[in-house]
Design a protein around this ligand. Sequence first.
Ligand SMILES: Cc1cc2nc3c(=O)[nH]c(=O)nc-3n(C[C@H](O)[C@H](O)[C@H](O)COP(=O)(O)O)c2cc1C
Length: 331
Amino acid sequence: MNNIWRNFIRPIFRGLYRNTQGLLGFLYDYRRFVLYSGWKENLYDSQIRNYNLAMAYHGLEKSLSYKKRNKKSGWSNARRVYERLKKAHETGHFGYHDIASSQVLSKFLTLPENIENKQSKEMLDFINDLGLVSDEDHGSINLSFEEITLGKLNKPEMFFLSRYSLREYSSNGKVDLRTVERVVRMAMKTPSVCNRQEWHVYHTDDRSIMDTTLSYQNGNKPFGNKIPNLFIVSVDLKAFFSGFEHYQHWIDGGLFSMSLIYALHSLGIASCPLNWSQTPKADKAIRKAIEIQDNHTIIMMIGFGYPDGKNKVCSSTRRPLEEVLTNLQNR
Ligand SMILES: Cc1cc2nc3c(=O)[nH]c(=O)nc-3n(C[C@H](O)[C@H](O)[C@H](O)COP(=O)(O)O)c2cc1C
């Protein structure tokens, strides 16, 4: 009887339970996508319009960046930018991507091959009337070999292989806000789909907020109550329009999280990623307990702080390279 239970009945129940959990998770994520993503493309919502504009003007940026650009390309994106800027004008509110896009569009329209086009005058007049000013150089820039390889490390292995997840930190202090901002600024150089930059990171060093937050997370015992600083990494669902993009926020959020971890590491600050592979119930509960915007999907958390003089970590050795790397050959 014991064997029948162990070998047949239990696996069936376990399989049903796990797959039901998966299905409920998918349905919850799908509901969130329907409720909060930008699929309706309501361009009067400033955030949705800005993400949507990033897609269009990034197309123009790419067109401007090719060494030998196709002189006929870019017009559909130019019109998309123009239409969206008209919406921004109607609302009277200009966000980051609105402003960047007007500069990129202007650069596109004033290319020698485009300036005489009859559409250019109408669009340029409109942009000039808007008078949006940015102190950044949007569009395309030139970089020398030296400039583009500035990040080359003398001993890259030393950087990568010295990062460990640390769970117990020095009790000497928290990471101050200026340093936290520096870390986030560095991580913001992470690539994102069409440069939408749809991440949002919540930070706290408040013990009671951390304790509340971590009470919903299942991997921080027994060290969570001593973590000095905590990031909750999230991604804004408003940035996604097509149904094909329903997984994109996990990807962009994962990349951003890794950048935060390496940015911390580059400053000698240790961290521990904390999963948010959670049930819909826990996700709803944490949103009630702390102020996370409904449209922000929590990707993961990261505990961080300064290491001690002496530390103990999991060695967490890595699999052989052959199990990870496949060199594809032409058959
Ligand atoms: C997305 C993600 C979630 C994780 N969640 C937890 C967690 O909840 N608790 C924990 O102690 N470690 C967590 N970790 C840390 C992993 O256990 C650790 O990265 C792994 O063992 C490799 O060790 P290393 O980071 O020291 O190289 C997580 C790591 C990742 C990437």
